[in-house]
Design a protein. Structure first.
Length: 140
């Protein structure tokens, strides 16, 4: 049975590391909990989808108000364990996040996805998301 909850304790956060690292390979295990806790102090939340006691998918997100989009749920991170893909976990997490956005009074749901993540893009298109902007960055 699938359950989704917000990871709040250090142990709950730590259990997410192996799956999150599949999306963010630069992460270091010893720093992960501290980094998530720092982000949580800034409004970040870490949702965990478990199936049969195993972490199947994780999503980091923020509820925020932006001048151009109003009340927005922004997804920083969304990943399903490679060994558990194509079992509906990603779709369940995405639908849960969208429902949470609606419940929170958001008018916009958005996420960024790396240009190389073609399978993720196909997944987002299948689930009704569309490309609306370009995201630019400058390493400092």
């Amino acid at each position: 049975m699938r359950t989704i909850q917000i990871a709040t304790t250090a142990d709950e956060i730590d259990r997410c590391f192996p799956v999150m690292r599949q999306l963010r390979p630069m992460l270091v295990a010893e720093e992960f909990v501290g980094r998530i806790q720092t982000q949580q102090a800034e409004g970040y939340q870490l949702a965990v989808l478990e199936d049969k006691g195993a972490v199947a998918a994780v999503a980091g997100f923020r509820l925020q108000t932006l001048l151009w989009s109003g009340r927005t749920l922004y997804v920083d991170d969304l990943v399903t364990d490679e060994a558990m893909r194509s079992q509906g976990h990603g779709e369940a997490m995405l639908k849960w996040l969208i429902a949470l956005a609606r419940e929170a009074g958001c008018t916009t749901f958005m996420l960024d996805s790396g240009t190389h993540r073609h399978e993720a893009h196909a997944f987002y298109f299948r689930n009704g998301l569309r490309i609306s902007d370009f995201h630019f960055k400058l390493a400092l």
